[in-house]
Write a protein that binds this ligand. Structure first.
Ligand code: 3SL
Length: 265
């Protein structure tokens, strides 16, 4: 099926206002490490994830029984249960649990897409790339690949991943904006010289400095956590196991959220 829909790559959240995301599915990308970690969390049985922008707000979820998680500049936050390492989101630690997470760029990008009224928001990483691209092809909607970057700057790893997605979407979508071609070209070069590219990325340096190089390697593996995290209200839910139309599941979750909110008033 060749679709008359756009694929756009937004290279940093600072550029999000250039596009009308209200008619697009936004894929939020933060390869190192937020969106990779979220995919691991769902694959290991997290019930839901609430992405939060501010540290103080995230802590307010603790008394409600949530696991609090996150980082600033890569480092674990005082008073939080977990940081942002995909390795600490084991089944034992988070299976069946609700997580509230705040990260430097990843959760901020999710919130930016939400504030702009994105039609849908999903989470992408190498660990769910095939399931996600196949799902996007089925939806027949415009797609905006939103790179979280680093403090509104472009990052290599997020752009390379966006390019890997463009490559996979190329056969089914007909219209690609120039930024999609930029990302795809970068991905093609990086595919030949992967080590070179990742070793020269600024965030790789940052993480190596924190002794986290194994996490970088882990984040580059494809299809290791085939989940489909999608925003419903303020929560991410994994719809990869939902049978039939995910929109019915979405309605059910929205009804539960409404009932919960009514009980709290
Ligand atoms: O910026 C983010 O959202 C994080 O993923 C950054 S870090 O890899 O935890 O440093």
């Amino acid at each position: 099926m060749e679709m008359n829909k756009f694929v756009h790559v937004c290279l940093t959240p600072a550029l999000i206002d250039q596009f009308d995301v209200s008619e697009a599915i936004v894929v939020v990308i933060d390869i190192l490490r937020a969106t990779t970690t979220m995919c691991v969390a769902f694959d290991h049985g997290a019930e839901l994830i609430v992405p939060v922008e501010k540290v103080e707000e995230c802590l307010t979820y603790k008394p409600q029984g949530f696991i609090t998680a996150g980082e600033r500049s890569g480092e674990h936050l005082d008073g939080f249960d977990l940081g942002n390492s995909p390795f600490s989101y084991t089944r034992e630690a988070i299976g069946g649990k609700k997580i509230a997470i705040t990260t430097t760029n990843g959760t901020r990008a999710i919130k930016a897409a939400q504030e702009r009224g994105a039609k849908e928001i999903v989470v992408g990483s190498f660990s769910n790339i095939s399931l996600l691209t196949n799902w996007l092809i089925q939806q027949n909607e415009h797609v905006c690949l939103l790179c979280a970057g680093w403090r509104d700057n472009v990052t290599l790893e997020d752009t390379i991943f966006a390019g890997a997605m463009v490559r996979k979407l190329r056969h089914d979508f007909r219209r690609f904006q120039d930024t999609a071609l930029v990302a795809e070209t970068l991905f093609q070069s990086a595919n030949v010289r992967k080590r070179y590219f990742f070793r020269h990325s600024s965030h790789f340096y940052r993480l190596v400095h924190l002794n986290l190089q194994e996490e970088v390697k882990y984040a580059m593996h494809r299809d290791t956590h085939p989940v489909l995290p999608i925003m419903i209200g303020n929560e991410l839910h994994d719809i990869s196991k939902v049978k039939g139309d995910y929109k019915a599941f979405k309605k059910q979750v929205q009804a539960e959220q409404k009932a919960r909110a009514a009980r709290q008033v």
